[in-house]
Design a protein around this ligand. Structure first.
Ligand code: AMP
Ligand code: GLY
Length: 429
């Protein structure tokens, strides 16, 4: 069978790479793909991004199933369009994708259904927003309502930062329509984890846990990014916490959407903040897989993922089971010069080693032209290593990273440090 993955990032490379391992899959098209998906002979890039043109392509090529990677086409209704044409697609409808595309929708939904999350209020009026910040004090978190490609959240530690964020979103129109409405919420302290599940409208199948590193620099310093590295499993998500997140967050969300007449289908990602006592709260929902969480998660997934996707599309996830490599997978993002502000493009990439049983390099912002691989985006590559321990996975990854080079390459040297610290504390505690 032929499959299609829509998107061009590291997440899509990892999804396509995994799907292509199935013996029943002839080819996985990736639209538009990147330099890495262009190089893999089991994958083929398709230079189409328009949803209707993609549906035409799927019909013409008899593509059996399509998986949508990023939030933008989901929020624009690509799943609605594919379904209206009778095409099999995995992802949420435009209505269901509001859990990500509108923070106000997500917060109001969580409040209605008693799903644990930070206290909040929504504003369109700057004066009222300023007054709320004065009343609540800092730290406080200011979020643009709409999709802002990771740039819509300001965790304000000082009053000045908070007021500035309100002004730039509501008055400066810095984020356009996405910031015309802001959610202001309580600052939550703790450790974050990514909790990602597959949903078929009714049944839920949890993927392995993971943790992302959102800051640019070691020790979680520097500006927020799309994610500088991730690993799976995340030891903070114990079996007890897993059960609690399913019971208090995931299942009420899926049931709540169904009760409101919006069947949720697709990947559902709850960004969690876990406090010192181990209580989880929902920071955000994403209506897709995480990037870079997908890369280590796919590296650990065993078995035929195309069958699981098909069961999800057919509403049969209750019969599905996932089998995981017991090792830890750890992914380190190699980012371009001047990422995240204005990443430079066009730097020549050298030295990416061939995939082995314990290391694989997924591409994101890369282009292949005339046999030459160059940078073409902020996050360029994500190198994933597998080993029995987090430290072992770090050593596999950084050995691989050391072989790769491009001008301006930047990456974190401490991906996985929280898990290492946790293990050490357990040994000494
Ligand atoms: P979001 O897009 O909502 O996940 O926000 C991006 C990042 O901002 C999160 O990964 C957290 O690191 C941080 N953040 C968001 N909301 C809060 C909050 N209520 N308290 C503390 N940090 C937050
Ligand atoms: N890694 C965070 C995200 O995908 O939103």
């Amino acid at each position: 069978m032929k499959l299609l993955v829509v998107g061009s990032g590291g997440r899509e490379h990892a999804l396509a790479w995994k799907l292509a391992q199935s013996p029943r899959v002839q080819i996985v098209y990736v639209a538009p793909g990147n330099g890495g998906t262009a190089q893999d002979e089991r994958l083929r890039n398709v230079d189409i991004t328009d949803p209707a043109a993609l549906a035409d392509f799927v019909e013409a090529e008899h593509v059996a199933l399509t998986v949508i990677g990023p939030e933008a086409p989901l929020a624009a209704g690509i799943v609605n369009l594919f379904r209206s044409r009778g095409l099999k697609v995995f992802g949420p409808t435009k209505e269901a994708a509001q859990l990500e595309s509108s923070k106000d929708f997500a917060k109001a939904f969580m409040k209605r259904h008693n799903i644990p999350t930070a206290e909040y209020e929504t504003f369109t009026n700057a004066a009222a927003a300023h007054a709320y910040v004065d009343q609540k004090g800092t730290p406080i978190v200011i979020k643009a309502d709409g999709l802002a490609a990771g740039k819509g959240v300001v965790v304000a530690m000082s009053d000045d930062e908070a007021h500035e964020a309100i002004d730039s979103m509501l008055e400066g129109n810095k984020l356009g329509d996405a910031g015309a409405r802001v959610v202001i919420e309580e600052f939550l302290a703790g450790e974050e984890a990514s909790f990602i599940v597959m949903v078929d409208g009714k049944h839920v199948l949890a993927l392995a846990s993971s943790q992302d590193h959102k800051r640019l620099l070691d020790g979680d310093k520097g500006p927020n990014t799309g994610g500088m590295g991730a690993y799976s499993p995340a030891p903070i998500v114990t079996p007890q916490l897993h059960a609690r997140v399913m019971r208090e967050i995931i299942l009420p969300t899926v049931r709540g959407m169904e009760n409101e007449g919006i069947r949720y289908t697709g990947f559902l990602y709850a960004g969690l903040m876990i406090d010192a006592q181990g209580n989880p709260k929902t920071l955000e929902f994403n209506c897709r897989m995480g990037d870079p969480e997908t890369q280590p998660i796919m590296a650990r997934l065993k078995g035929d993922f195309s069958k699981i996707i098909e069961m999800a599309i057919d509403g049969k996830l209750d019969g599905a089971e996932l089998d995981w490599d017991r090792r830890t997978a750890l992914g380190v993002v190699l980012a371009a010069h001047n990422y995240p502000e204005t990443p430079r493009k066009g730097d020549r990439i050298n030295g990416i080693p061939a995939e082995t049983g314990d290391a694989v390099t997924f591409h994101a912002g890369t282009t292949l032209a005339d046999g030459k691989l160059t940078t073409s985006g902020g996050r360029v590559l994500c190198v994933v290593g597998l080993a029995d321990t987090v430290r072992g996975a770090q050593s596999v990854v950084y050995d691989t990273v050391n072989q790769i080079s491009f001008d301006g390459m930047q990456y974190r040297r401490d991906i996985g440090y929280r898990a290492v610290n946790r293990k050490q504390a357990e040994r000494h505690g």
